[in-house]
Design a protein around this ligand. Structure first.
Ligand SMILES: [Zn+2]
Length: 365
């Protein structure tokens, strides 16, 4: 059976932790990553009742979307639900792992799942993130340009949308003078050497930085590699918040809300006034999403489906868009199925189940 690290590493190749928001606390919260996994319980919230269920089932890992621990815990006396959950998990050797905003921010994450549930087409990230891409420039002797380029491509550099192995190269003259302690691939100590070199440029997502640099060093023939790595401001279409897509057919606002309730399995939608037009372009964000309303407006969405809208935030629709608030848990409930499917696909022999605990703290009467 895999250990915890194998499971978290797999999930984090899909949702690298570097993309979590700075207020977040995704990752392994309780437990030792070397522990062999007996069974995985998947939940939206790792509450005490979920830990109880894991104990009863003989599982020892809870994979949840929301981290039960957000802020620093200074004592563990069991005085509130967080301390009780953590304490119980530790006492019963149950590991707690959270995959939160990093799963929100990747293309095939939380929001893609909602968009898929709503049958949307042409799904894109609503607010692509800046500062998640870097540019690598490396100087390579002509003889090795192709092999270095290939190594960088295999490590994941040069991917732009549906195009891979994107790169630019230009030839020029490089020069260097080895010291008497150097062990140069070309040239001799104390003698200025001029070599026909190629300047290679590739773009890469920041989570692959370590891997791409390792590939560069491994494939480059020089003892000292001349390169520079810079962050670039380009928006990364693969990383960011929310999603936007289109319904296959335009429908009236009333019909859309009926459709939304059916697809998202909810009984209640809080929404702004109808604008009496057909809707087709749907922006969405699982969980608290009011911060994305301006993005939904600038992308000309007809509807913004999200949760946790406050009274005054509904006014911001200002007859420009239909806000549909379906509830935080409700909007993110299928994240559990996303995690379950991903884990089952990769770890076929492992026992993995969805929690039977309904962890939504909000009730409707
Ligand atoms: Zn959430």
């Amino acid at each position: 059976m895999p250990n915890i690290q194998q499971i978290t590493q797999y999930l984090e190749t899909l949702a690298p932790p570097i993309y979590q928001e700075n207020y977040d606390n995704s990752g392994l919260l309780v437990g030792n990553s070397a522990t062999e996994v007996k069974g995985v319980l998947v939940a939206l919230d790792a509450l005490e009742a979920v830990v109880d269920e894991a104990i009863a089932k003989g599982y020892n890992l809870v994979v949840a979307h929301h981290p039960i621990v957000f802020k620093g815990l200074k004592r563990l006396n069991g005085n509130n639900y967080i301390e009780r959950t953590v304490l119980k998990a530790i006492q019963n050797n149950i590991a707690l792992y959270a995959i939160h905003t990093n799963l929100d921010n990747v293309y095939r994450g939380v929001n893609f799942k909602i968009a898929e549930q709503l049958g949307l087409q042409n799904i894109k990230i609503l607010a692509p993130k800046p500062q998640t891409l870097a540019k690598l420039v490396v100087f390579v002797p002509e003889t090795h340009a192709e092999s270095v380029l290939q190594a960088l491509g295999s490590a994941g550099a040069g991917q732009i949308g549906e195009y891979k192995n994107c790169a630019f190269q230009v030839s020029g003259l490089g020069q260097f003078e080895p010291s008497d302690k150097a062990n140069p691939f070309i040239g001799q100590a104390g003698k200025l050497e001029k070599v026909n070199e190629v300047r290679l440029e590739v773009i890469l997502p920041i989570h692959l930085q370590g891997k791409v640099l390792a590939a560069m060093y491994a494939s480059h023939p020089y003892e000292e590699v001349a390169y520079y790595l810079q962050n670039v401001e380009n928006l990364n279409q693969e990383i960011g918040s929310g999603a936007i897509g289109e319904l296959p057919e335009a429908m009236t606002e009333q019909d859309f809300l009926i459709y939304l309730k059916e697809k998202m399995r909810v009984n209640w939608v809080r929404h702004t006034e109808f604008l009496h037009k057909k809707v087709k372009k749907i922006a969405l964000c699982g969980g608290t999403g009011s911060f994305l309303l301006s993005k939904a407006l600038s992308q000309k969405a007809d509807v913004f489906v999200s949760a946790d809208f406050k009274y005054h935030e509904f006014f911001d629709a200002d007859r420009r868009i239909l806000i549909a608030d379906i509830g935080h848990y409700e909007s993110e409930q299928f994240t559990q199925h996303l995690l379950l499917d991903l884990l089952k696909k990769q770890f076929a022999d492992l026992t993995i189940a969805l929690t039977s605990v309904y962890t939504n703290p909000v009730n409707y009467f």
